[in-house]
Design a protein around this ligand. Structure first.
Ligand code: ACO
Length: 371
C-alpha cells in the first residue's frame, strides 16, 4: 500500500458540478469569470443544482421559493439565546443551528430525490437568516425577519443590519457569493460527500461540511487574513512583519493552494472589489497593505493569494464583523455542498478508503497490575 499525504492529486470521484482544469474554474462548464461578471447568486444556485442556467420563469420560481423558506423556527433562536454566547464563534453557532434545523424538518430522513431537493431549498434559504440572527442575538438584539421582496444578497444584509443595503453593498455580496459557491472536491465538499455516502441525511452532510470549512486552513482563513492585517496595522509595517513571519517559517494566511499553483482565478475579482470598496470607504490602507503583502509573499515565496486573501478587506469594507467572514463563505458554499450531496445520492457508493498501518505490531496484552 502506498499513501499520498493529504490525498494530494488523488481523483476520488467523478462530478459534473464544477471543475478546475488548467487553472480555470468552471461551474457546470461556465467560466467563473463570466459568472462573476454577469450572474446573480440565485442563477448560480439554479445552475449548480440543475446543470444549466435558468430561464426567467425558473429563476423567478427559485427566488420565490428561497424567500418563502427563509424563516427559521423560533426554537432555533431560543436555543441560540441559551448558547454561552460571548464565547461562541459564529461558525460553531451555525454548525449547531444547522444541525438543530434538521430536528424541526419532518422530512429530514425522507431520502426521495424530491424531498432532498426541497430540503436543499430550505437549507439554502435559512442559512443567511441563522447567521444574521446569531449576529444580532449576541448583541442583545432581536432577529430581523427576512423580506420576500429583496434579492438573496440584499436580504442577508437587511437581516444583519436591520437596514436595506445600498446597491454597491448588495452587488459586492452577490459577487462574493458567486465566487465562493463551489470549488470541486475541496475539503468541506469532500466531507459532505463522505457523510452522505453512508446514506445519512442532508442536514448531517451540511453540518459536517460547516465543521470542515471552519478550520483556518480552509474557509477560516478569511478571518485569519483580517487578523493579520489588523496586527500589521499600517502599510509601513508590512515589510518587517512579513519578513519576520517568513523567517520564522510562519504561514501567511490567504496564500497558497493545494490545486492552484499559478494563482487562484477568483482572487483577481476580489482584489478589484477590495480596491473599489476601500476607495469608497476612504480606508484605502487595507487595500494598500494587502497588495504590499501580496507582492512580498509572491516574490519571496512564490505563493499567490487565494480566494480568502482579498475577501477579507472586501467584507471589512462592507462593515461586516470579522468573525462573520467565514459564515458568509458558508452561506455561499452551501449551494455547492447541496449540489454535490444531490449528485452523491444519485450515484452513491460508500466512501471508505484505507490507511497504511504504521503502529506497533505483535503486541501481547499485559494485565493492568503488571504494566
Ligand atoms: N504561507 C507560508 N508558507 C506556505 C503557505 C503560506 N500560506 N502555504 C504553503 N506554504 C509552504 C508550506 O509550508 C510548504 O513549505 P515546505 O515545502 O518548506 O514545507 C510549501 O509551501 C508547500 O505547501 P503545502 O503545505 O504542501 O501546501 P498544501 O497543499 O498542503 O496546503 C494550504 C495548502 C492549506 C492552502 C496552504 O497553502 C495554507 O496553509 N495556506 C494558508 C491558509 C489558507 O489561506 N487557506 C485557505 C485556502 S483556500 C480555501 O480553502 C478556501
Amino acid at each position: 500500500m502506498s499513501t499520498t499525504r493529504g490525498l494530494e492529486g488523488i481523483v476520488a470521484t467523478t462530478s459534473s458540478v464544477s471543475s478546475i482544469i488548467d487553472n480555470v474554474l468552471t461551474y457546470q462548464g461556465y467560466n467563473i469569470d463570466d459568472l462573476a461578471n454577469n450572474a446573480s447568486f440565485e442563477e448560480v444556485i439554479f445552475l449548480l443544482w440543475n446543470g444549466r442556467l435558468p430561464k426567467q420563469a425558473e429563476l423567478t420560481e427559485l427566488t420565490q421559493q428561497l424567500a418563502e423558506n427563509a424563516e427559521v423556527p423560533q426554537e432555533i433562536f431560543e436555543q441560540m439565546k441559551a448558547y454561552p454566547i460571548e464565547k461562541v464563534h459564529p461558525m460553531a453557532a451555525l454548525r449547531t443551528a444547522v444541525s438543530s434545523l434538521g430536528l424541526y424538518d419532518e422530512a429530514a430522513d425522507d431520502m426521495s430525490e424530491e424531498a432532498n431537493r426541497q430540503k436543499a431549498i430550505r437549507l439554502q434559504a435559512k442559512v443567511p437568516t441563522i447567521i444574521a440572527a446569531f449576529s444580532r442575538i449576541r448583541e442583545g438584539k432581536e432577529p430581523v425577519s427576512p423580506r420576500k421582496d429583496l434579492s438573496f444578497s440584499a436580504n442577508f444584509l437587511y437581516m444583519l443590519n436591520d437596514k436595506e443595503p445600498d446597491e454597491i453593498s448588495e452587488n459586492a455580496i452577490n459577487k462574493a457569493l458567486v465566487l465562493h459557491a463551489d470549488h470541486e472536491l475541496n475539503a468541506s465538499t469532500f466531507t459532505a460527500r463522505v457523510c452522505v455516502a453512508t446514506l445519512s441525511d442532508v442536514y448531517s452532510g451540511v453540518t459536517a461540511a460547516i465543521g470542515a470549512l471552519k478550520g483556518p486552513l480552509h474557509g477560516g482563513a478569511n478571518e485569519a487574513v483580517m487578523a493579520t492585517l489588523m496586527e500589521i496595522g499600517d502599510v509601513d509595517n508590512v515589510e518587517p512583519y512579513i519578513r519576520k513571519a517568513l523567517d520564522n517559517k510562519e504561514k501567511i494566511m490567504g496564500f497558497g493552494h493545494r490545486v492552484y499553483k499559478n494563482g487562484d482565478p477568483r482572487a483577481k475579482h476580489l482584489k478589484e472589489m477590495s480596491k473599489q470598496l476601500t476607495t469608497i470607504t476612504g480606508e484605502t490602507k487595507w487595500y494598500e497593505m494587502s497588495t504590499k503583502v501580496d507582492n512580498m509573499v509572491t516574490s519571496e515565496k512564490g505563493l499567490l493569494p487565494n480566494v480568502d486573501f482579498y475577501s477579507a478587506s472586501v467584507y471589512h469594507s462592507l462593515g461586516i464583523k470579522h468573525d462573520l467572514f467565514t459564515p458568509i463563505f458558508a452561506m455561499s458554499r452551501v449551494s455547492g455542498w447541496l449540489a454535490h450531496i444531490l449528485e452523491q445520492y444519485s450515484n452513491n457508493r460508500l466512501i471508505r478508503p484505507r490507511a497504511e498501518y504504521v503502529g506497533p505490531e505483535k503486541q501481547v496484552y499485559v494485565p493492568i497490575d503488571q504494566r
